[in-house]
Design a protein. Sequence first.
Length: 132
Amino acid sequence: EDQTYANKWGAQASFASLVQSRLKAMERSKKEVRRLSELVRGLPADELLDKKKDEEEKGDGMLPLAARSKVYLKLPPSPLARGGPIDGVLLGLNKASLGYAPETPTILGDIDLAIRAGSRTALLGPNGCGKP
C-alpha cells in the first residue's frame, strides 16, 4: 500500500512532500501498533525472548490452572452470637496451611492471622487462581 501510494503520487513534484509525510506517518502508526500489541500481550518484544522451537516450551510465565474442586471451610460458631469475643478476634489462624489437597504441595504455610471486629479484609489474586 505504501509503495502504491508513492508510485501514484510521488512522481508529481507538488505531491512529493505529501507523499513523504504520509509514508512517515504510516511508519509511525505501524511502530505504535507493534508497541501496543506487545503491551497488550504483557510480554517483551519477540526479539528479546528466547526463541524456542517447541511451541509448548513457550509460556506466558503463568502456572497452569488447578483443576476445579470444592472448597470446604469449617468455622466455629460466630463469636458475635455470644456477644463478641473477649480479645476482639473474630477469626484467628495459628500455623495454618493452605493447599488444594493433602497429596499436593502446600501453597501457603505457617500462616498466623487475626481478623478483628471492625477490620476490613480482602483476598486478592488473579481470576482462576483458586480464591475460595
